[in-house]
Design a protein around this ligand. Sequence first.
Ligand code: AVI
Length: 350
Amino acid sequence: MNATTALDNSIDSVTTPIANGASAVARAVLEGLSAKPKFLPSWLFYDAAGSRLFEAITQLPEYYLTSREHAIFTKHSAEMIAAAAGLGKQELSVVELGAGSASKTVVLLRALVATQRHATYIPIDVSEAALHWASKNVRATLPTVVVQAVCSEITREQLLNLPQDGRMLALYIGSSIGNFDPADAVELLLWLRSQLRPGDALLLGTDMVKAKTPLVAAYNDGAGVTADFNKNILTRLNRELGSNFALDAFEHRAVWNASASRMEMHLDSKRNQIVRVEAIDRSFALKRGESIHTENSYKFTAEIVEDMLLKSGFVLEQSWYDDDRWFGVHLARVVDSDSMMDDDAEEAAA
Ligand code: AVI
């Protein structure tokens, strides 16, 4: 890891292990626009403008995910902290994947410092701006929290170098896990598990399966913010790769795919057109009505959550939901790999 100096006094330290080169964007575009059907990976949403648009989405009345999860944290944070610390009431440090503005995390950290006064908070995010924002939010209300920001993609190769004393509580909230296909979600959680020790805990936020109407409305809001968020990918590519996407030649579409249990976002071409991408010296033909698939957002059942956690080396201990069970926050424990092997051996012997 390359240690860099603290960027302002709201962050105690920041490390930037991986450079997000333009070449990664170029590779993703070449792969996605050459594929049939065409796709673009959803991480491309999150440049500075896209991150701002996503934050605006979280404030929309239709986008219930954030408000429901916030309400769950407000109501149950003290319980969550007590359950994560366990019977031995071990001191917790919090590591958060994809910190965003950390507004829900502040609620949890407040409950944490009420029980143990000092705490270390390690937000990890690809966006340095998001890390500053998260850190400022935390430090403004909780001055005893030490913030050790890590500016990085969440990657399998990277070691988190987490503190060795006390117990870690990992946070992966906002249903960000839903943006991964099921196998990739397990791979990510397996990696997270490999960074933790037996007894450490995970709080995982998941959007739950529900009726189609609120789902579609959440991804196709009346003010058109989600449409702008979706099209911002094209603006980003025009700027970073010298492409010539005409934004008004594409239509935002959000669809509930019930058999795959996911919301999908697409950009549909309104006409036959050819798009040029200078940086990779390629042109791509799109037919009228042809889609570029930009995002999957999987929705979960309690059984799917439990199964995904088990496959990833975690045991589900407790879940908290809002009254309608639209959103869930789940506490899972890292299981001892020896005891997993014992269990496997017992199973094999039976
Ligand atoms: C970040 N992620 C959990 C959001 C979601 O709901 O899948 C991204 C998003 N896409 C459209 N609106 C919000």
